[in-house]
Design a protein around this ligand. Sequence first.
Ligand SMILES: N[C@@H](CCC(=O)N[C@@H](CS)C(=O)NCC(=O)O)C(=O)O
Length: 347
Amino acid sequence: MRWLALTTSACLSQAAYLSYKHLEQRKITRTRSWFSFVASNSEKKEMVNIQLPLRRIKENDKLELIQYATCPFCNKVRSYLDFYGIPYTLIEVCPAFKPEMKSLTVKKKKVPTVRICEATGTETVLQESSQIISLLHSYQIDSKSSETFSSLAVHFRQITENSDDQIAKYTIKNYGLDNQEKFRKELEWRKWADDKLVHVVAPNIYRNFAESIETFRVITAKGNYGYDAYWAKPLTFMATWFGSTFMCFVIAPRLKKKNKLNENVRQSLYEHVNEWVAEVGEKKFHGGDSPNLADLAVFGVLRCMEDMEAFLDMLEFTEIGPWYGRMSKLCSKNSKQTHFRQTSKQS
Ligand SMILES: N[C@@H](CCC(=O)N[C@@H](CS)C(=O)NCC(=O)O)C(=O)O
């Protein structure tokens, strides 16, 4: 009996190892073809007519984005900052105790959190990805330059506290009346990214144990798991094995049920992505010749899956590639990001 148990577990671990290796090899080949696709696309030098914001965030206003590299909400904010070439410092939070957030005056230590220190000495701390984007955009299109980050923060706090319609955080102060129709569509799809698209991500990246392990390898490689601290390796190990087991067997099935996804969750991912592709239609972007806030929100959500099996499947089995390639090229070209990496010696 003991021999049977031993042989069975040896066979099972061998099978798990082989399927993981197979996935890894397949991923390397598919990632290479994705990068060559983007490279060949960029050689075509497509003209993209970026509508410059009326008012740029000043160089000496310091903006920090406190994030997890693979969080979809953080990626939405990062895509906005990258696309508009806003200089910012990226602070990657260590999920164990979040020491990087200790000094912040926030009720909840959640990400994304943005801290803006204006040259005047005023500090504004913002949370809620869509609200952060609405606030930054309201600032950037303020033609009279009358708003400050802190005055806008007060405005958003008031309208979100006084309304329960879930729309307030998407409103852009200073959008002119002539933009109402464009604004309605843009708002509708920004909301869709938060209410629908984001919910297909977790069940897909933790779809089975092999993918869940692979996802945690990406998360721990991109994230802050102590960097060079002596406890970085044990933390990475624990996160990978406990995290992937928990996410795959507990959280992903729960989310799948809660959000009424297809039994084959990839199908739901493709359906959502195809819905977006149909909405963009023949245009280069949802916003026409240049991306709008809906393009940036959808791109941000999907971007968090880069390097994961679900992302490569999505590129292969839907028509999103050309749009995604254009967004990716624009955001990486304009990005003015500095990555602040706290080493164990500094802490
Ligand atoms: N609605 C929020 C959601 C933010 C959110 O759920 N962030 C997660 C990370 S993906 C978080 O910080 N959770 C708390 C934690 O990890 O401790 C937004 O759009 O910013």
